[in-house]
Design a protein around this ligand. Structure first.
Ligand SMILES: O=P(O)(O)OC[C@H]1O[C@H](O[C@H]2O[C@H](CO)[C@@H](O)[C@H](O)[C@H]2O)[C@H](O)[C@@H](O)[C@@H]1O
Length: 384
């Protein structure tokens, strides 16, 4: 629920709070080279043209979901990154400012899963979280209410995370549960288990479409369909790029019979979900409400995520004028987040990597794990 009509952020830190001054956009440095932001949004708007153009547009958009396809030389890429980081500084470098802004406020942590707590790997069933990441998140949840907000279904993400003390918002926020282990929200209040499924009427439709997509995509080598309960993922990470158009066409041919479902994109994945007005941002707000914090001025929500779907949550924080969003990325991206962190290495995009679907050590999560760790260590100064 918006608390103010005007969004206010701290000029220096970019932190959203109800009591700070209006944010001036950072001065554009001399020699600034505008970053060619992903074209996906623009491309998606053009989909209503005609059959072939539409599929070409989809393939363009599918390419744009892979930053390694950005056509720039290493030095240009470096220049673009330097400009971008001025606008989205590292949350680690700005840690003290973040701590200052959150003093006397109830911090609530929201964490995306894939690409944030686990590295991106070819096989979605093997996107394991390292033991050290698990320990760190466990420590974090002892200090602040903590939620995992993910496109995956709750059962699957829970099997990866295995922490009872967390809230889980699965299926892009359409399945909310937890925590099964209660904890103290503040000195007077214990947490209560929450369950919320705003898209339950879509379950039979999602199952039906899932079966059809599995059948249709069988003839596309490498394609993989994942049932995320209230939404479906069609993965093309392991599909030859020449076949992306064909796969997009198959998905569209199924969806044309289901106007109540919509198609969006994530990282080398097509996502099918109900047209209901519900997203990760609304899930964040719902969880704040469940914690009894939605209307407080002294709440400080922090959302860490890497994907387009996380943008809804970053925007929600800006609209509320509270807390901050942190984008996990090693490439410049168009984002409503205020800060950034380096992402875990990707296993299959030609980046140096030691993952390949096996459990990994914390050294491979330089940004996220260090930041969460810092949060747990600063607890004494953060609490009112
Ligand atoms: O909201 P998230 O937690 O970020 O989930 C979004 C999707 O993540 C998974 O797919 C992504 O990660 C896979 C494993 O690393 C990777 O193979 C795939 O290419 C990525 O798109 C998950 O499998 C999807 O169902 C989620 O929707």
């Amino acid at each position: 629920m918006p608390q103010q009509n005007v969004v206010m952020s701290d000029t220096k830190s970019g932190i959203n709070t109800a009591v700070t001054v209006a944010q001036k956009p950072p001065a554009v440095p001399r020699g600034y080279i505008p970053y060619p932001y992903p074209r996906s949004r623009r491309v998606l708007k053009n989909l209503e043209i005609n059959g072939e153009q539409r599929i070409n547009a989809w393939v363009d958009s599918m390419r744009a979901s892979s930053p390694t396809n950005a056509k720039s030389t290493p030095s240009l890429a470096e220049e673009q990154y330097k400009s971008w980081i001025l606008h989205h500084p590292s949350a680690l470098d700005m840690f003290e400012q973040i701590v200052d802004a959150s003093k006397g406020k109830q911090i609530v942590m929201f964490l995306d899963y894939d690409g944030t707590l686990s590295p991106i790997v070819d096989d979605p069933d093997r996107a394991f979280m390292s033991d050290s990441m698990r320990q760190t998140v466990r420590k974090l949840a002892r200090s602040f209410p903590t939620a995992i907000v993910t496109g995956r279904c709750i059962d699957k993400v829970y099997n990866f995370v295995r922490l009872e003390e967390l809230y889980y918002a699965g299926s892009h926020g359409m399945d909310i549960k937890g925590p099964s282990k209660s904890f103290k929200i503040n000195k007077d209040k214990e947490s209560e288990e929450v369950v919320f499924q705003p898209a339950s009427e879509f379950l039979p439709m999602i199952d039906e479409v899932y079966q059809q997509l599995v059948e249709k995509s069988k003839s596309t080598p490498g394609a993989r369909v994942e049932n995320n309960k209230f939404c479906i993922s069609v993965h093309f990470r392991c599909v030859d790029e020449k076949k992306w158009g064909e796969l997009a066409q198959k998905v569209r041919s199924v969806l044309k019979e289901y106007p109540k479902l919509r198609l969006t994109q994530g990282r080398k994945v097509l996502e099918i979900r109900p047209t209901i007005k519900w997203d990760k941002g609304m899930a964040l707000e719902f969880l704040l409400e469940s914690l009894g914090l939605a209307n407080c001025t002294d709440v400080f929500p922090i959302y860490i995520g890497d994907d387009k779907t996380d943008e809804d949550a970053f925007k929600k924080l800006r609209d509320r004028g509270q807390g901050l969003g942190i984008l996990v990325s090693k490439f410049p991206k168009d984002t409503s987040a205020s800060y950034s962190l380096q992402e875990p290495n990707e296993a299959s995009d030609g980046f140096p990597s030691t993952f390949g679907g096996v459990e990994t050590s914390e050294s491979t999560f330089p940004g996220v794990i260090m930041y969460i760790d810092e949060m747990t260590m600063y607890i004494p100064t953060l609490l009112p």
